[in-house]
Design a protein around this ligand. Structure first.
Ligand code: BG6
Ligand code: MG
Length: 219
């Protein structure tokens, strides 16, 4: 049977955390709230709404619903000015190589991202066409760690969850993959991502033998 390989976007395919940081920091500072790199780490994989809720909670701020919506719009507008500068150079090491390897092995390839900007970013870095299916923040109602985004990808590809392999950089994403009954592969730090079935610092650490084993093994 063909397997489905589901890629998270932010932190797996491209390092957009640095742009989220700049946009959230500007927004937070603008309303008199501090925003640090450590806090930005805690927003990885977290939806836009949840991110703003956390920032407001850290700053002990309460605002109206209308103001909340306005601030989310402002943050995204600012974020998109950074996204606009992106090109192929920003694809993380060996991501394209891995996508091409899986494609050549006739595996299914999906994107499973919390971002509402996912398609635009894939277009900017010119790899949109490498994905069979894209499920992003516009398609889900429940954010990671809920498995909805990955289960929808599996459903669209008509692949059983146990035959899906998820690449994720965020703790919430690994939890979502595990909850979906999929194989979880952490991209990043071994300690932070210890709940994953496997962890690699990046795709450059994964060899063909490892990928072939994922293709042929059963969970
Ligand atoms: C996730 C990012 O992939 O998408 C989060 O890790 C981000 O930092 C979330 O908040 C939502 O993204 P966007 O682009 O819709 O604001
Ligand atoms: Mg991510």
């Amino acid at each position: 049977t063909k397997k489905a390989f589901i890629f998270d976007l932010d932190g797996v395919i491209v390092d957009t955390a640095k742009y989220h940081f700049l946009a959230w920091k500007k927004l937070a500072n603008g309303i008199g709230v501090d925003f640090t790199h450590e806090q930005n780490e805690q927003l990885k994989g977290v939806s836009r709404i949840k991110s703003l809720e956390k920032i407001l909670a850290w700053g002990n701020k309460t605002i109206s619903e209308a103001e909340f919506t306005r601030l989310m719009g402002l943050k995204n507008e600012d974020y998109l000015t950074y996204i606009d500068t992106m090109d192929e150079q920003e694809i993380l090491p060996d991501v394209t190589k891995t996508l091409d390897f899986l494609r050549a092995a006739e595996q299914h390839i999906a994107l499973g991202s919390a971002s509402k900007n996912a398609r635009m970013i894939l277009e900017k870095v010119n790899i949109l066409s490498k994905f069979d299916v894209i499920v992003d923040g516009n398609d889900v109602t429940k954010a990671k760690p809920d498995p909805e985004v990955f289960l929808k990808s599996a459903e669209q590809l008509q692949v059983a969850p146990k035959d899906c392999i998820v690449f994720e950089d965020a703790v919430a994403g690994i939890q979502a993959a595990n909850a979906a009954g999929m194989v979880s592969i952490g991209i990043g730090d071994k300690v932070t991502l210890h709940k994953a079935d496997f962890v690699f610092a990046g795709f450059q650490e994964m060899d063909a033998e490892f990928l072939n084993n994922l293709i042929t093994s059963t969970k």
